[in-house]
Design a protein around this ligand. Structure first.
Ligand code: NAP
Length: 323
């Protein structure tokens, strides 16, 4: 007669789980149980990847081939307002929206630069322009903006204005004025029918050392946009959060355009095609690939890599200033 098995001690949870697996081993085999768990995991990752690729193709590739949206009709206004429109991504948004037949309101501090952009846009795209010179680091500018925009049928607002540190810095080294500018310009300017595009950044996806306040303000924009998008979707307002990685503008410390770092024009051409298709994306296909890899990156590795890169940028900027 077979000896009865000794009773296992299941006094704590891990002992219990272990003994449960062992008892299953008798019937199914431990290897089979682990294979089933592995199969579920592979299926989950594969299905996730499949839908990610499908969404990427839909918003970045097919939309470029098939979509020609009349933004003025879709968003109920012929005017688009772009903050930070004298340079970089904002200027590219202004030109691209004008190419789609929208009149554009251009805002930044420098009226001279804005006038130049407005002149080019009027000449090339035969649309109306309005220039508003405004400093978003001041909190008393909003009544002036409301007065200037009074009576315009605004379909799209691009909350693009943003400032960064002059070079990557540790928190306590950032001048106090810059800290206030970061909060006022990056965050307050976005709290104000149609569609709203908010420029967030992938710098906020994981904590980024030496850009701590910048990345935090960008994460605020993303979180804020997502909640607002839900609240106002019932009123027909579309709110989109764009989360680019590096785009080759002044803010990217003179990085040359490449597949990984598109020019502002290339970036905006792609990003605008995602409006109405996706409430939150990077705006550019290769940035989404970077985001996918970032998703696999443990936080410590990201912070170590970002810190190393930011050390190099700071060294490069400070050295170029000495010469
Ligand atoms: N470039 C990137 O790699 C990158 C990556 C992720 C996210 N983003 C985000 O994309 C947005 C645009 O970035 P960008 O690279 O195009 O920047 P940029 O080239 O430095 O341009 C910034 C624009 O903002 C205006 N501006 C700056 N401070 C202002 C203030 N106090 N009041 C009014 N206007 C002000 C500037 O014009 P004036 O000097 O004439 O005022 C300029 O038109 C930002 O929100 C940024 O955080 C950029």
């Amino acid at each position: 007669m077979a000896e009865p098995k000794p009773a296992r001690d299941c006094s704590d949870l891990s002992d219990f789980t272990f003994s449960w697996l062992l008892s299953y081993d008798d019937k199914l085999g431990l290897a089979n149980v682990l294979a089933i768990i592995g199969l579920f995991y592979v299926a989950k990752v594969s299905v996730g990847l499949f839908f990610r690729v499908l969404t990427g193709l839909r918003i970045y590739i097919f939309s470029q081939l098939t979509r020609r949206t009349d933004f003025a009709v879709k968003y109920g206004g012929r005017w688009a307002v772009i903050t930070g429109a004298s340079e970089g991504i904002g200027k590219a948004f202004a030109c691209e929206l004008a190419r789609h037949g929208m009149n554009v309101v251009l805002m930044s501090r420098s009226s001279q630069k804005l006038e130049k952009v407005a002149e080019t846009i009027e000449k090339e795209h035969k649309v109306g322009t309005l220039v508003i010179s405004v400093d978003f680091s001041r909190q008393d500018v909003y009544p002036q903006i409301c007065n200037a925009l009074d009576g315009l049928e605004i379909g799209i607002l691009v909350n693009n204005v943003g400032v960064m540190y002059e070079y990557p810095q540790y928190f306590l080294d950032v001048p106090e004025k810059k800290l206030f500018d970061l909060v006022n310009v990056n965050m307050l300017s976005a709290i104000m029918s149609g569609a709203i595009i908010n420029l967030s950044s992938s710098a906020g996806e994981l904590p980024t050392p030496q850009m701590a306040v910048y990345a935090a303000t960008k994460e605020f924009i993303d979180n804020f946009s997502r909640a607002l998008a839900y609240e106002y979707s019932f009123h027909g307002v579309e709110i989109q959060s764009l989360r680019p990685f590096y785009v080759a503008t002044a803010m990217a410390y003179g990085t040359k355009p490449s597949i990984a770092v598109p020019s502002a024009e290339t970036y905006v051409k792609h990003a605008l095609q995602t409006l109405g298709l996706s409430r939150r994306n990077t705006g550019y296909w290769s940035h989404s690939v970077q985001g996918w890899f970032q998703g696999f990156c443990p936080e410590w590795l990201w912070m170590w890599g970002a810190s190393l890169l930011n050390d190099q940028i700071r060294y490069k900027v400070l050295r170029s200033r000495k010469h």
